[in-house]
Design a protein around this ligand. Structure first.
Ligand code: IMP
Length: 338
């Protein structure tokens, strides 16, 4: 069997998704979104994570271990695939939820969205039961197999249209316990023990030809945006502030420490698309106090070395998370990168 997604890559992506879910659900209202003015989520109003048995259990367990928002867990089981991996063209509930979801924020956690019938039906059911909000988190997305539209709010990996096993996914109830995702090939063939395929790219390409970049070396996007998007040979980064990717918190040490970290985050985002500071053509710098500008200039100059991209500087009344400096970049992709 060919390893499609190694265990380390699964762990990396699960952590990223957990970071986004945490950020979106830390406040109550509209299914998260982190809008100002909404109250912090109380322990007695947990997010309800609904796992679809049996395939999602490994993913669900790893994801929930990384969540910091109050969360309750429940399970649903449907029957749509036969033991041989064949679609029966119908879906029924084999095991229903134990918890009431009326008025609650619900996160449906799926192993894989294939034709989309299962997720679509369950999402409709959960909404029908009066949930305050319902979102879908799916580890794998076989976009080419889709027959009904299903918006995936948190997507682990887009994969090719092949039958996969491992990390909860089975073929005839076998291979669920593989710690990686592999492409199923033939009964009886021993599963691969080491990755045989390169690490999947840290980017996803949409129909419009845009590519969305992620790296866990920079803070995960904490809202409906990407760390960077490339299109037509250009890379556009989101603004980076001095958040530490490991903790999700602003680094201690004031302006200089934040500026260094923001630049380091940008360096990592550029690297994830195969570029560096020497490829930057335009930078926009936002500072809360223009008096800090000379210090920014020194650090920025160090990062850019002899390179001198175009730049705009703006004094902003406030920046996200109370940051003192934010920077975004436009860079030219190197041939063959991004
Ligand atoms: P859908 O209704 O076609 O989207 O199918 C979703 C369900 O089919 C998943 O929750 C899995 O149980 C199963 N499934 C779809 N593709 C695969 C696969 O490649 N491997 C294992 N199970 C799969």
């Amino acid at each position: 069997m060919r390893v499609l997604i190694p265990a380390a890559e699964l762990a990396r992506r699960v952590a990223e998704l957990a970071g986004r879910i945490d950020a979106d659900y830390r406040l109550v209202g509209d299914g998260g979104g982190g809008r100002r003015g909404h109250r912090p989520r109380a322990q007695d109003d947990p997010l309800i994570a609904v796992g679809v048995l049996k395939g999602s259990v490994f993913f669900l367990a790893d994801l929930l271990k990384r969540l910091r928002v109050p969360v309750a867990v429940d399970f649903l089981q449907t029957a749509s695939y036969g033991a041989g991996g064949e679609h029966r063209g119908e879906m029924r509930i084999r095991k229903d939820l134990d918890l009431s979801i009326r008025g609650r924020d619900v996160l449906l956690v799926e192993d894989i969205v294939d034709t989309g019938f299962t997720a679509r039906t369950i999402l409709d059911l959960l909404r029908h039961r009066g949930a305050r909000s319902v979102r879908l988190c799916a580890l794998l997305d076989k976009t080419a197999a889709r027959q009904v539209e299903v918006p995936i709010d948190y997507r682990g990996f887009a994969i090719e249209n092949v039958f996969v096993v491992g990390y909860g996914l089975d073929h005839g109830e076998r291979y669920r316990n593989l710690p990686y995702i592999a492409v199923w090939q033939a009964e009886g063939e021993p599963p691969a023990t080491a990755p045989t395929a390169p690490t999947p790219p840290t980017s996803e390409r949409s129909i419009s030809g845009m590519q969305f970049h992620h790296t866990d070396q920079a803070p995960a996007a904490i809202g409906p945006y990407s760390q960077a998007v490339s299109v037509d040979g250009w890379l556009y980064t989101s603004g980076q502030v001095g958040l530490d990717p490991a903790t999700g918190e602003l680094v201690a040490g004031g302006f200089e420490a934040q500026a260094r970290r923001a630049l380091e985050n940008l360096r990592q985002v550029l690297a994830s698309a195969g570029c560096g500071f020497s490829d930057v053509v335009k930078a926009t710098v936002y500072v809360v106090d223009l008096a800090d500008f000379p210090r920014l200039n020194a650090l920025y100059g160090e990062a850019m070395a002899e390179h001198r991209p175009a730049r705009s500087t703006v004094q902003a009344a406030a920046l996200p998370r109370g940051a003192l400096v934010e920077i975004d970049l436009v860079a030219r992709l190197r041939p063959g990168a991004g």
